[in-house]
Design a protein around this ligand. Structure first.
Ligand code: HEC
Length: 101
């Protein structure tokens, strides 16, 4: 009987190793996410972006504005980030994504 208890304790301990990172929840999944994470937190937190909701046209203007600010994006990266932002953060997306600390 006591052997069964020991086995379940071991199982519980190994489950504790399955930790999820809180950070990953701030940024929505989607194609282009890597480019976004890599390039858009150089000068400010990603939350500056992920708390906003915009149409594709507005995101186009914002990314162009960031490139004037100094963001270094190739044309392919610009398109990838735009596609990502337009899909992940449109005006009708829930405002639920909490800002980073
Ligand atoms: C070279 C520095 C730099 C990089 C890289 C950069 N930004 Fe910014 N961003 C700024 C600065 C400076 C501000 C605040 C002043 C301004 O709006 O120009 C800002 C502000 C913002 C804002 C808030 C604008 C507002 O009016 O509320 C958004 C949204 C934003 N950035 C999106 C992005 C995105 C998306 C990327 C990645 C493509 C990005 N930024 C990369 C410099 C940068």
């Amino acid at each position: 009987m006591s052997i069964g208890k020991r086995v379940s304790l071991a199982a519980a301990l190994s489950l504790a190793g399955l930790s999820t990172t809180a950070f990953a929840q701030e940024v929505k999944e989607g194609p282009g996410k890597e480019v976004f994470v890599q390039h858009c937190n150089v000068c400010h937190e990603l939350a500056t972006v992920t708390t906003q909701r915009h149409t594709g046209d507005e995101w186009t203007d914002i990314v162009a504005h960031m490139m004037q600010n100094g963001a270094q994006l190739t044309e392919a990266e610009r398109v990838a980030v735009l596609g990502y932002l337009t899909k992940a953060y449109p005006p009708d997306a829930p405002a639920g994504t909490p800002p980073a600390k």
